[in-house]
Write a protein that binds this ligand. Structure first.
Ligand SMILES: Cc1ncc(COP(=O)(O)O)c(C=O)c1O
Length: 423
């Protein structure tokens, strides 16, 4: 085994990286659903604090991470970048595989990178409560944790399919003091309408977003927090890639290709955008591959057009690859990947040819997750197994010692029943 299996830089990044500064063309703006004009800051004020609204439209390359946020990041950051020697050996590949592991956060995934930042800015501007949606529950648990650390209340609408099949995440939210409802619920107008249309619906992220947005708009002390998709979320997640770049630099490696799973696009963007920025500025040629589920293939099968981020049409219109805002994906285990759209900035990058996308079948994803666990010990989150499947296929086909960087967005130990279905 090599002498450097684990690379950990000594410092938490001081700044987030913003790809908007380096894109050859700006990302199409979010539009007001009524006027179809680009949104102004006041349009978003009922939902988000001003600091996040400014980040949403910022084109500054580097944005300083407030010291209190860095202080919380220090609980688990920098996260490790690990050379997967054992996996390489098991695959008999000449490729070098590194994985950046975000499951070391207290909540178990990359989601706290933005949850902490969003809770911080909301608390700083006097909000006392955040509402949100969650799929598998990783985001709801992360926001509940961040709210606990920063003294806010947290109310979460969890997609019905996951609420029923993943009770441990709800319990995790409750330990942190969060309140979790199944979605659709009878607590909101949007939820009641969805239940009237289909009382047995398994729910979707788009439905849960409608409920959480409605709840925030109706409460003067509450704001809404989104776990993916928006520019400010992708910005916060860039700590992953900023660290990974520094970690690879430290050992004189580059990344030939980056694989990340993509639901709304935030962990993929967080890991890959600093590498894309370097491509655009310095002419490097790191490839980026988004790995999405074949059951919800927005990038590989969707249309690139303006669409709502939710089912009820309460959100702004976003230019993105979309399967249609009323698309209800089948209840696959990777609940965090069941989103009809994709982050506008990831969609724009795909449209410009800066990254590519593949769709992975659930069975192939779990097979890869099991292979990874048996070689490296770590059980990836069901979402992350989609990236593992992409990286494994690449490594198997490799004929050179190319470097593959794999984003492992979360830990799967609370998802073992899902694994059990595929053993
Ligand atoms: C572990 C994990 N990975 C990935 C995702 C997908 O989200 P995103 O594409 O925004 O990273 C989720 C969403 O809940 C998740 O929990």
């Amino acid at each position: 085994m090599s002498a450097e299996p684990v690379v950990v830089p000594s410092q938490v990044p001081t700044h987030w990286y913003n790809l908007a500064a380096d894109l050859p063309e700006p990302t199409p703006p979010a539009l007001h659903p009524g006027t179809r004009e680009p949104l102004g800051p006041q349009d978003l004020a009922p939902l988000f604090p001003m600091a996040l609204i400014q980040q949403e439209v910022s084109t500054e390359r580097w944005i300083e991470i407030p010291e209190p946020v860095r202080d919380i990041y220090r609980l688990w950051r920098p996260s490790p970048l690990i050379r997967a020697h054992r996996l390489e050996k098991a695959l008999a590949t000449p490729a070098k595989i590194f994985y950046k592991y975000e499951g070391v956060s207290p909540a178990g995934s990359h989601k706290p990178n933005t949850a902490v930042a969003q809770a911080y800015y909301n608390a700083a501007e006097g909000t006392t409560k955040l509402t949100t949606e969650t799929g598998a529950g990783q985001w709801g648990a992360s926001l509940s944790m961040a709210c606990a650390l920063l003294g806010l209340e947290c109310e979460v609408w969890q997609v019905r399919a996951s609420y029923d099949s993943k009770p441990y995440r709800r319990m995790q939210m409750e330990v942190y003091g969060g309140v979790c409802h199944p979605s659709p619920s009878d607590l909101t107008e949007a939820g009641r309408a969805m239940l009237a249309a289909d009382p047995d619906t398994t729910g979707s992220l788009g439905m849960a977003i409608s409920e959480a947005v409605e709840a925030a708009v109706g409460d003067p002390n509450a704001h809404y927090a989104l776990g993916s998709v928006l520019n400010h979320v992708l910005l916060h997640q860039s700590v992953i890639g900023v660290e990974a770049l520094a970690q690879l630099d430290e050992i004189g490696e580059g990344a030939d290709v980056v694989y990340g799973c993509a639901g709304g696009g935030s962990n993929l963007a967080g890991l890959s955008f600093p590498f894309l920025g370097r491509n655009l500025r310095d002419g490097t040629s790191t490839q980026v591959v988004a790995c999405e589920p074949s059951a919800c293939p927005s990038l590989t099968q969707g249309e690139y057009r303006y669409d709502f981020g939710d089912v009820a049409g309460l959100t702004p219109l976003l230019k993105m690859y979309t399967l249609g805002n009323d698309f209800v994906p089948p209840p696959i285990h990777a609940g965090g990947l069941r989103y009809h759209g994709m982050a506008p900035m990831v969609s724009h990058a795909v449209n410009l040819g800066l990254m590519t996308a593949i769709a992975v079948d659930q069975a192939d994803a779990f097979k890869a997750g099991v292979e990874f666990a048996r070689a490296e010990g770590l059980i990836p989150a069901p979402e992350s197994t989609h990236a593992v499947a992409g990286a494994l296929a690449r490594a198997r086909a490799a004929t050179t010692d190319e470097t593959i960087l794999l984003g492992l967005s979360g830990n799967g130990v609370l998802d073992l029943p899902a694994y059990a279905d595929f053993l």
